[in-house]
Design a protein around this ligand. Structure first.
Ligand code: FMN
Length: 381
């Protein structure tokens, strides 16, 4: 039974279930981790000024995004390695998203390939792209995502170089995993994970790897497979956005912008949407909090972009604040990974329902009966 009442409960349970290297990979930030606390403080400092006597029933959390209905204004954020918290965790997440009526964004660095996710779920499927140094290989992957039914392509633009995550070095976390006595013992101390996640991969075809990567570049987490590496392009520029705009006819979204002038350039490049994000404070510890950057971006976009927001959302009231400050929907990462670690599809669905309930209660107590009622007028000046 999944009895988590809130984000903190989900996190506590995931911490118990997962080996330390995997839990910390999900949970932590980068360098001194001031960015995570800063993102949280920025949410806390924004206060709602509820409008009274509006009648609180009926209420609905449903909305439209890129012409499709979402029952909650949430897209499951793309996360590398969701398949390490649960056997084929990406499929569990995608199925839960379909059931909850929200969208699911598959990641380039997923453990389950985009075709398999699409074949095993009815999700409103998006695809996140890290551009590799071999452009032709990236374009082939984009085509695979299209053929799998993805209508929205999310180019991640806030990771031009890899983040400085020292805890991953200490924990040996990476592709491949670096063994030490400490981390091997730690894995042994999580027999449930060993049997239900790693064990199932070993029985069903082998150790996990980045399944979207071309076979010649696919290394497994245990160090098997190819030794050839396929790096993200170190030259990511607006020219790549222009090229993607040429080849991708669906919705094109840039993920990881925090500046109004970048939003304007995105519009000039024919981009359809942006995710105002600092990657959950995982990349640049000193980056501005997305919730603080959001209003200026919404103003600059002036309705010409679909604006989403993410980073350290833990409560429905955080979602409410993002919508009130102009986002049309949010992405949520960690909360869904903790839920999936707790109970696969059921755990991820539990997370969606928990966030929906919290958003709904915040709406009810703030004088908003529908998502369109949530606007800047409900925020304290
Ligand atoms: C374990 C983990 C892996 C992630 N992998 C990716 C990724 O491969 N591509 C990407 O664009 N963002 C990635 N992100 C960032 C998320 O898409 C999202 O921006 C962030 O998690 C939002 O913050 P939250 O997790 O606090 O909700 C990852 C986040 C986590 C926690």
């Amino acid at each position: 039974m999944i009895d988590a009442l809130n984000f903190a409960d989900l996190r506590r349970s995931a911490r118990r279930t997962l080996p330390r290297a995997i839990f910390e990979y999900i949970d932590r930030g980068t360098e001194d981790e001031s960015g995570m606390a800063h993102n949280r403080r920025a949410f806390e400092q924004k206060r709602i000024a509820p409008r009274i006597l509006q009648g609180a029933s009926p209420r609905s959390t449903s909305t439209q995004l890129f012409g499709k209905t979402l029952q909650i204004p949430i897209v499951v954020a793309p996360t590398a390695c969701a398949g390490l918290v649960w056997y084929k965790g990406e499929i569990a997440l995608a199925k839960a998203a379909a059931q909850a009526g929200i969208a699911f964004c598959a990641a380039t660095e997923a453990i389950t390939c985009v075709e398999e996710i699409a074949a095993n779920s009815r999700a409103n499927l998006w695809f996140q792209l890290y551009l590799w140094e071999h452009q032709a290989m990236s374009e082939a992957l984009v085509e695979r995502a299209r053929q799998s039914g993805a209508e929205t392509l999310v180019l991640t633009v806030d990771t031009p170089v890899y983040a400085n995550r020292e805890y991953n070095v200490r924990n040996g976390m990476g592709m491949p995993f670096k063994y030490s006595v400490r981390n091997t013992l730690d894995v042994m101390c999580h027999p449930h994970w060993l049997a239900k996640v790693l064990g199932r991969y070993m029985i069903n075809g082998g150790a996990p790897s980045f399944a979207n990567y071309p076979q010649a570049y696919r290394q497994t987490i245990l160090g098997g497979g190819s030794k050839q590496r396929l790096e993200h392009t170190p030259q990511l520029t607006w020219a790549h956005v222009a090229r993607l705009r040429e080849i991708w006819k669906g919705n094109l979204v840039l993920k990881g912008i925090v500046r109004a002038d970048d939003a304007l350039r995105a519009i000039d490049h024919g981009v359809d949407g942006v995710v105002v994000s600092n990657h959950g404070a995982r990349n640049l510890d000193s980056a501005v909090a997305p919730i603080d950057a959001l209003p200026a971006i919404v103003e600059a976009a002036a309705g010409r972009l679909t604006v989403l927001m993410d980073s350290n959302i833990q409560r429905g009231s955080d979602i409410f604040k993002a919508l009130a400050l102009g986002a049309q929907a949010v992405m949520v990462g960690r909360a869904f990974l903790y839920g999936t670690a707790m109970g696969g599809e059921a755990g991820a669905l539990h997370t969606a329902r928990m966030l929906r309930r919290e958003l709904d209660l915040t709406m009810g107590n703030s004088g908003a009966r529908n998502i369109v009622d949530i606007d800047g007028g409900l925020m304290a000046p």
